[in-house]
Design a protein around this ligand. Sequence first.
Ligand code: GRF
Length: 202
Amino acid sequence: KRVAILISGRGSNMEALVAAAAGDDYPAEIVGVIANTPKARGLESARMRGIATRVVPQRDHADRAAHDEAIGAALTELDAELVCLAGYMRILTPGFVAAWAGRLINIHPSLLPCFPGLDTHQRALDVGVKLHGATVHFVTEAMDDGPIIAQAAVPVLVGDTADALAARVLKAEHRLYAMALAMVARGQVRVEDGRAVFSTTS
Ligand code: GRF
């Protein structure tokens, strides 16, 4: 499957997907990386890895819908079949989400439905959970919601700081995202009536 990745920042999950896709038998090819800002640090590392990049800045567009349309045009141009959000920090419009329903996935740094939104690691420490982690899910209109594809848990250790916990989760994210994308690309998980349906045969 032809996969495009949307980023806004560092791009370490994008790098993990690019590395996984370079492996033998991986069912997805990363055909492009699109950022909503030229400042996204991941753009440079994508270029260094020989991946096509596009910058679609929101300030060039009148509103959110026009911006998402431009992103959609870039995806069409790349001939993308699946889209991975990887630290993409803009909420997508309902129209965009509907157009890509079942083909649009996101990684979130918590065990959803706990801690949607920002600052997940500090919030996990504040609440005192002993397990934390990451979730890959199909994107729906609601933020950090949508049918769950896969999760990875990590322990919260005594004396953890938000940074230490974030680093532990991030390592898990990189493995998790590569595995979850492979499942989607192989057709082993799909959305049916708003739920994730899994099969082991395809
Ligand atoms: C990750 O923690 C991801 O789960 C969250 O934003 C962070 C992006 O990091 N959505 P990177 O840009 O992939 O390094």
